[in-house]
Design a protein around this ligand. Structure first.
Ligand SMILES: [Zn+2]
Ligand SMILES: [Zn+2]
Length: 438
């Protein structure tokens, strides 16, 4: 079998570049040069054969037919007098690599990109269906797709003009382009910032909490704010970032969440902030941290730039935690009872049915979690403080109250008194630098 399929030229007058692309994986040269060399070689051979056939007076129909196809595809060096054929347009590239055309698209892309601050980009090339069908039909094992070549060539030109680098993995911007229809649009990838937050006050939800009645549209109940709570950790953190980046929206991804009435202290909880369609990417994280921390309700620490995969890293990975709880008891408590409580809860397995307070939104299941260590200190006859080191996902309020027997054992059941959690703080999330671990 022949390696080079010249017959295809009878059906499709492929230009030098496209013919060369069919064998792109052979020889280190450009597609155009490869295609032209192959065609010239064949044309030369055919000319010789036809000349000899003419001298001998034998049939050269077949050779002539192929030579005509070569002429149609752009070989105009043919010396044989019988050949006088107009060059035809290439059906595969349809002239998309034309210098002026590419220049025009390049200017269009640069104009669109002007508004954005970015370092890396990627070209997303879109090819019409009928071109893809043609490509499938003429495909060879050595071929490179036209999509690949266009993306690479256009990317090279853009890189030079903008002095910026293409990046396949994490481009700041993807320039989507259909060179056939000359359509261009930009995909502005989000900016990711990771860090840890501390919530110093009670009464703030972690994320925006839409009004239950109007679902965010604004109504009398929510004072036309669309929100059940006026502010959230998410909003406090996102606001200065949105201002600095001129992004259109921000999404907050926390490594778990604490209840509204629970503080998040210690070295904080990991989070990733995703800023959609930022216009500015080079922002001063220290300055923004300072601005957030001025708020007094929420603090951020260890801010750094992240990448997309950071946002999934800590989803669904419960980590051990240390809590501080202020417990109120119905009856007087003694130091002996507190000693007993510490002993009873050490390395203790806790069985928890879904708490009544969240049953309306969660399935009724049983959780099994462990308490590892508890330290108590008496505040007054009816109050004591508990430091609890336990598995992530343990409901602390129910560990204390017992939730009418749905949590077993509980502080209430061990002390045989009604106990409730008056205050709760997360002191530490034992995540062992989970953001770096990946
Ligand atoms: Zn072509
Ligand atoms: Zn409302």
């Amino acid at each position: 079998m022949e390696i080079i399929n010249y017959e295809i030229l009878k059906k499709y007058p492929l230009c030098d570049r496209c013919f060369g692309r069919l064998y792109a994986k052979l020889l280190h040269t450009t597609n155009t040069e490869r295609g032209r060399a192959l065609k010239l070689y064949k044309a030369l051979e055919l000319e010789a054969k036809i000349k000899k056939a003419k001298e001998k007076g034998i049939n050269y129909e077949e050779e002539l037919e192929l030579l005509k196809a070569l002429a149609k595809s752009g070989v105009d060096e043919i010396r044989l007098e019988d050949i006088e054929i107009e060059k035809e347009n290439c059906p595969w590239c349809r002239g998309i690599f034309n210098k002026q055309k590419m220049e025009k698209l390049l200017n269009k892309a640069i104009e669109l990109l002007k508004e954005y601050d970015f370092d890396t980009f990627l070209i997303g090339t879109h090819i019409p269906e009928e071109i893809k069908d043609l490509e499938k039909e003429i495909e060879t094992e050595f071929m490179e797709s036209i999509k690949q070549e266009f993306g690479r060539e256009f990317g090279k030109m853009l890189a030079v003009r903008l002095d910026k680098a293409p990046d396949k993995e994490y481009p700041d911007i993807v320039v989507h382009i259909n060179p056939y229809t000359e359509e261009i649009y930009l995909q502005i990838n989000p900016l990711f910032i990771k860090g840890r937050y501390r919530k110093l006050v009670r009464g703030i939800p972690q994320t925006r909490w839409p009004c239950r009645k109007c679902r965010g549209k604004g109504c009398e109940l929510c004072n036309y704010t669309g929100k059940k709570y006026p502010i959230s950790v998410e909003e406090i953190i996102a606001k200065p970032f949105l201002e600095a980046t001129k992004g259109v929206d921000a999404k907050f991804h926390g490594a778990g969440r604490e209840d509204i009435d629970v503080r998040m202290l210690g070295d904080g909880r990991p989070f990733v902030l995703e800023i959609k369609e930022p216009k500015i990417r080079k922002i001063d994280l220290n300055k923004i941290a300072e601005e957030i921390n001025k708020d007094g309700r929420v603090e951020v620490l260890n801010l750094e730039f992240g990448v997309r995969k950071d946002k999934v890293i800590f989803k669904n990975t419960p980590h051990r935690k240390t809590y501080r709880a202020l417990v109120e008891c119905s009856d007087k408590i003694t130091d002996e009872e507190l000693k007993l409580l510490e002993k009873e809860l050490e390395n203790r397995t806790i069985y928890q049915k879904t708490p009544k307070r969240v049953l309306h939104r969660r399935a009724d299941l049983e959780r099994i979690r462990k308490v590892y260590k508890v330290k108590t200190s008496k505040v007054d006859d009816n109050h004591f403080e508990m430091i609890i080191y336990c598995d992530g996902g343990l409901y602390i309020k129910e560990l204390i109250s017992g939730d009418d027997g749905r949590t077993n054992p509980s502080v209430s059941s061990i002390l045989n008194k009604n106990c409730i959690c008056k205050e709760l703080d997360v002191l530490k999330i034992h995540d062992n630098n989970l953001l770096e671990k990946g």
